[in-house]
Design a protein around this ligand. Structure first.
Ligand code: SF4
Ligand code: SF4
Length: 455
């Protein structure tokens, strides 16, 4: 009996004598009582004799993956799980359609800034995108089609959203497959009347970007051309739609603007939006594209190593303490879409297919085109690289599953080193981050439990 290599123990938390334990492979997370902690320590010290009581505890810890019989067998299981992660099919076909690269705002850190143009998807390309998605679905078991409309500002090309939604709804009719869509929008055009109409077509959620109070948001997200402020317009639209549509408020912050976003969270409470919003997703800016500040907020992306652990955790704690939901679990393993086989295709306005928002318009990293039957060789390379094998075989790293199926962020590796496949190991960052995330997750669980027992 041995301790799993994927265990992350935090001793004397939440109190002296106890410990928090997280297994990055099974994703089990527990608080261990003193007697379990003693048994854990005994295993760590290669103890030979165990009492019947200790053996029961070991059996329980084995069920959670904290104890294993053999490290080689555990490694083999991890390799199998890593491959399964890349080829996973939960029956939900997810794709992103970039309806336009045009935007009516001029954000200072825009991820698309180097490529910003008014390129807009035509209905002809939209039809080809539809056929491409249907071809993929017909090959694999699918229960639901989940499309994210993205931009630029996706609502600047409403005809494509409406046209595609009608086509998906008609196609799904009688198949047992359902369709819904989400919007990643700056919120300036999202009126209640529009939401009513789009809900009929499958709209189920909007992610709206706000960067804090007016004095911050308006500097960072002014209207294009006029430079006029956008905060009041966006907030009015959020208030108008939050009772009929789940809304995520997403934003970026820097060290300078961090205190202002706390004021913004309090403002949301004053406006009664804490009870209405689906969740908050606030990410630190990171310098990634040239001189621009940008931040990858893709739900499945690897944790960005430029986020200092304390900085990131502090903001998440402020969100939790005010009673908002986080948009994603704190202890979630990373998954880079580049190495996901089923779905997760991003279709650009010109019909090129990508796997990562940050790579749009870099055609050498495109995985195909709506005109072509087959995916491009780059997709095959992404699926077969399996960088994690080296980490699993040649190191004792406990984060292999957590670090993701592409060993962190490929795009960040490229920007930092010029080599797309460079393993930009962030083990030290995880060493700092994981214990903080575990403490915060414990705090979050307890806060939720005490709230539900008080209500
Ligand atoms: S890249 Fe580093 S942190 Fe990630 S799995 Fe490999 S060794 Fe671990
Ligand atoms: S390369 Fe990086 S930014 Fe792109 S999908 Fe993967 S983790 Fe996200």
């Amino acid at each position: 009996m041995k301790l799993s290599r994927f265990n992350i123990p935090v001793f004397d938390e939440p109190r002296k004598g106890l410990m928090l334990l997280f297994n990055t492979l099974t994703m089990d997370f527990d608080e261990l009582e003193p007697e379990y902690r003693q048994t854990y320590q005994k295993l760590k010290n290669n103890g030979v004799e165990y009492s019947p009581q200790e053996l029961i505890q070991i059996e329980e810890m084995t069920a959670a993956g904290y104890v294993v019989s053999d490290h080689e067998a555990e490694k083999a299981k991890a390799a199998e799980w890593m491959r399964a992660l890349s080829y996973h099919n939960d029956g939900v076909y997810r794709a992103t359609i970039v309806t336009t690269m045009a935007c009516n705002l001029n954000c200072v850190y825009c991820i698309e800034a180097p490529f910003t143009s008014n390129r807009t998807m035509t209905l002809e390309t939209a039809d080809k995108a539809f056929s491409r998605i249907i071809r993929e679905i017909e090959d694999r078991p699918t229960k639901h089609i989940a499309i994210a409309y993205y931009g630029g500002e996706p609502l600047l090309n409403l005809p494509v959203i409406e046209h595609l939604s009608r086509r998906f709804q008609e196609w799904c009719n009688g198949t047992g497959i359902t369709y819904s869509f989400t919007l990643s929008t700056n919120g300036t055009l999202l009126t209640r009347e529009m939401v009513d109409r789009l809900k009929e077509l499958g709209l189920c959620l909007a992610q709206i970007s706000v960067d804090g109070m007016a004095e911050i948001h308006d500097k960072r997200r002014p209207f294009k051309g006029t430079g006029l402020p956008s905060f009041d317009v966006v907030m009015q639209n959020i208030k108008d739609v939050a009772d009929i549509l789940p809304v995520i408020i997403a934003g970026c912050y820097s060290l300078e603007t961090e205190p202002h976003i706390y004021r913004f969270f309090d403002y949301l409470i004053d406006q009664g939006l804490d009870k209405k919003l689906d969740s908050l997703l606030f990410s630190p800016e990171t310098s990634r594209i040239g001189d621009n500040k940008t931040s990858c907020t893709s739900v499945d992306c690897a944790i960005n190593p430029q986020w200092s652990a304390s900085h990131y955790v502090r903001v998440q704690k402020e969100i939790i303490n005010r009673g908002f939901n986080l948009n994603k679990p704190l202890l979630a393993h990373a998954g880079c879409a580049l190495a996901l086989n089923y779905g997760h295709i991003i279709i650009a306005p010109d019909g090129y297919l990508y796997k990562c928002n940050a790579l749009i318009d870099n055609k050498e990293y495109s995985v195909g085109h709506v005109d072509n039957e087959n995916l491009a060789p780059f997709h095959h390379i992404c699926m077969t690289k399996e960088l994690w094998r080296k980490c699993l075989e040649e190191t004792d790293c406990p984060y292999v599953y957590f670090c993701g199926n592409a060993c962190g962020c490929r795009y960040a590796a490229f920007v930092d080193s010029g080599d797309f496949w460079h393993v930009d190991c962030q083990r030290k960052h995880y060493d700092e981050l994981l214990p903080e995330l575990m403490k915060l997750e414990y705090h979050r669980i307890n806060l939720a439990a005490s709230k539900s027992s008080n209500s």
